[in-house]
Design a protein around this ligand. Structure first.
Ligand code: FAD
Length: 406
């Protein structure tokens, strides 16, 4: 067992290590620097921070490795709302299965809610070999503080090697809380996942430096390794209703869990009948080329003619022509519709990240060299204010024909 060694001759009691220890394991007492072994995680922050090299952890690497070896399996968090499992859970299961096979590990889902036990079969159908279920009245509404406590209790008990979350509104707040509780790292908004099977490492790739490079991030010293992935980045695969799984019902002593948050009221989502952007099969997107809010109205008109949903690049959002909820791209949504029509959009990499998985892309741009034409299946070089009214006219006169790829 490794331990922290303090060289009293070298230590000047400057307190630098005490400030750096996030676990509060070090203190300056009357008889000098003292370490509380119960609290010390041997993370090495003190060793690195000491200006006099008075602290050493001789076999830290061996301890880290031994600790990592005690973690097993890949978990995906199966987000649900009112008993409906979010599609991103099935997408993560599909990708998680692939990673688990490469690692020689199991794939499990974690389901928390109230009256959700009947959803276990759905998760096993999509590939979960095991489901950890916490089904309790107080979990009815997904509340981050409570759910993070439950998840950390589960993770400390069963020690998963990797935990994946959907980068949904809930996942984006729940995953960091959990990572902080477990003292581990988290990579948000990954667009590619892979594993180094030999080292048991999750390779977490995401855009960095404004999307100009793709960074692959590793978490080599602590477990679990955690990442969030946006909906639609992975496909969900086929369900096999005949597949069964092991069920572990976890009693997290929920009646005694105390949280500071009180939910007073849950408001129903506004719905004007329009299909959610993430679920839309036909999307018409407008960019800065629309020129103004009035110009953007053409995007709405084409979407309406096609029965599609409106989306946008970042400039129309920044200009206030549309809400941020319809922004597609690195800092917006990732979508994979059957048809994506891009009007007055240049095709910047930060936008492409959000729409390049569409089955078919049609672009209208007056610049023949626009990058969007590299992504498009059909490119129309022209002024959208001339092309789109003609398109709408044709659709209305001749009926709707949504092209699909063979
Ligand atoms: P422009 O680049 O201005 O292109 C307008 C296009 O319209 C041009 O190609 C032009 O030829 C064409 N055009 C002009 N008039 C007409 C006309 N009458 N008819 C036809 N074509 C016409 N962007 C996003 O979209 N989503 C994101 O999530 C996102 N996140 C970002 C995150 C970071 C960290 C950074 C740095 C940037 C991000 N961006 C994002 C911004 C991104 O880099 C681009 O600036 C943005 O996508 C450009 O939008 P655009 O194509 O609408 O505008």
């Amino acid at each position: 067992m490794a331990k922290l060694i303090i060289d009293r001759e070298l230590c000047t009691e400057c307190g630098e290590c005490v400030d750096q220890c996030i676990y509060g394991a070090l203190s300056l007492e009357d008889d000098g620097l003292t370490v509380d072994v119960e609290k010390c995680m041997l993370c090495g922050a003190c060793e690195e921070s000491c200006p006099n090299e008075a602290i050493t952890i001789p076999d830290k690497k061996a301890v880290v490795q031994a600790d990592r070896d005690s973690y097993h399996g890949i978990w995906i968090y199966a987000e649900q709302w009112e008993g409906e499992i979010n599609e991103v859970a099935f997408e993560l299961l599909n990708e998680g299965k692939r990673l688990a096979e490469k690692l020689g590990e199991d794939i499990s889902a974690v389901l928390i809610g109230s009256g959700v036990k009947d959803k276990v079969a759905q998760l096993s159908g999509y590939g979960a070999g095991r489901v950890y279920l916490v089904d309790h009245q107080i979990c009815k509404v997904p509340e981050e503080e409570l759910y993070a406590k439950i998840l950390s209790d589960l993770a400390e008990t069963y020690k998963p090697k990797i935990i994946l979350f959907g980068a949904t509104a809930l996942g984006r707040t729940l995953a960091p809380r959990l990572a902080a509780r477990l003292g581990t790292g988290l990579t948000a908004d990954c667009t590619v996942l892979d594993v180094d099977a030999e080292k048991g490492l999750l390779l977490q790739t995401r855009p960095a430096f404004g999307g100009n490079v793709m960074a692959t991030i590793l978490c080599p010293d602590v477990c679990p390794q955690m990442a969030t992935v946006r909906p639609k980045v992975f496909s969900k695969g086929d369900s096999d209703a005949g597949r069964t799984c092991e069920l572990i019902t976890h009693d997290a002593a929920l009646d005694r869990v105390k949280t500071k948050t009180r939910i007073k009221r849950v408001l129903p989502k506004d719905s004007d009948g329009e299909v959610r952007l993430e679920d839309a099969e036909v999307v018409v997107a407008g960019g800065a080329g629309c020129g103004s809010k009035e110009g953007f109205a053409l995007v709405h008109q084409l979407a309406e003619a096609l029965g599609g949903t409106v989306a946008a690049t970042r400039p129309p959002v920044e200009e206030g022509w549309v809400d941020h909820g319809v922004q597609v791209g690195q800092t917006g949504k990732v979508i994979a519709p059957k048809l994506y029509i891009a009007l007055g959009i240049a095709g910047a990499v930060q936008h492409a990240i959000g729409m390049q998985s569409a089955d078919m892309i049609i672009a209208v741009n007056k610049d023949p060299d626009a990058a969007i034409f590299q992504l498009a299946d059909i490119g129309i070089v022209g002024d959208m204010f001339e092309v789109v009214p003609q398109l709408i006219k044709q659709i209305k006169e001749k009926g709707l024909v949504v092209p699909t790829k063979q």
